[in-house]
Design a protein around this ligand. Structure first.
Ligand code: 5GP
Length: 190
């Protein structure tokens, strides 16, 4: 049996990765989603084990020490990591799996999974990104500032991704992402 594809989705905070992923997973069921672990406090409405595995710093670093993450990184002052077990099990079963991780994590994944497919989501503009972060209203001013500053650094990384999608229209973005995933299924790897 062929292994599944690992799809890595990155993009600056506020670009709409969560919304895009949610819609993709509703419309396209032939892919699994990797739930990350984080030390960030949960936001209103977030469910442990569904949105993230919310861990204490101690629990998180125990997993780091035990090599239980395929990648991990400090993003905007909190730690995030991708549990290894679920990714490898899913790929081994021949199923595709998608990760939504930051650029540092993606760099780390590239070392152990060079054959993965890397997709970068872009905002139509910085003004729009700021607007979206304001609208989301989940961050205080300082956090928002950090996220916007990080966005400029993150954008420099986009050339290292196989695909770039400008998230202007949600439906179109999801269609494009779906098309990439399906096309990659058919690609014969050398
Ligand atoms: P948020 O706190 O808004 O849910 O996520 C903040 C950032 O952390 C986003 O850029 C998201 O892509 C990234 N992120 C979420 N999960 C992971 C992960 O498992 N690993 C890494 N490296 N980044 C993650």
């Amino acid at each position: 049996m062929n292994k599944g594809n690992l799809i890595v989705l990155s993009g600056p905070s506020g670009v709409g990765k969560g919304t895009v992923l949610k819609k993709l997973l509703q419309e396209y069921t032939d892919i699994e989603y990797s739930i990350s672990a984080t030390t960030r406090p949960s936001r209103k409405g977030e469910i442990d084990g569904k949105d993230y595995f919310f861990l204490s710093l101690e629990e998180f670093f125990q997993k780091v020490d035990n090599n239980q993450f395929i990648e991990w990184a400090k993003v905007h002052d909190n730690y995030y990591g991708t549990p290894r077990d679920y990714v490898d099990k899913t790929l081994g079963e021949g199923k595709d799996i998608i990760l939504e991780i930051d650029i540092q994590g993606a760099r780390m994944v590239r070392e152990s999974y060079p054959e993965a497919i890397y997709v970068f989501l872009l905002p139509p503009s910085f003004d729009e990104l700021e607007k979206r972060l304001n609208k989301r209203g989940t961050e205080d001013e300082k956090t928002k500032e950090i996220r916007l500053r990080n966005a400029r650094t993150e954008m420099k990384e986009l050339a290292n991704y196989d695909y770039q999608i400008i998230n202007d229209d949600l439906d179109e973005t999801v269609e494009k992402l779906k098309a990439i995933i399906i096309a990659e299924k058919c690609r014969v790897r050398k």
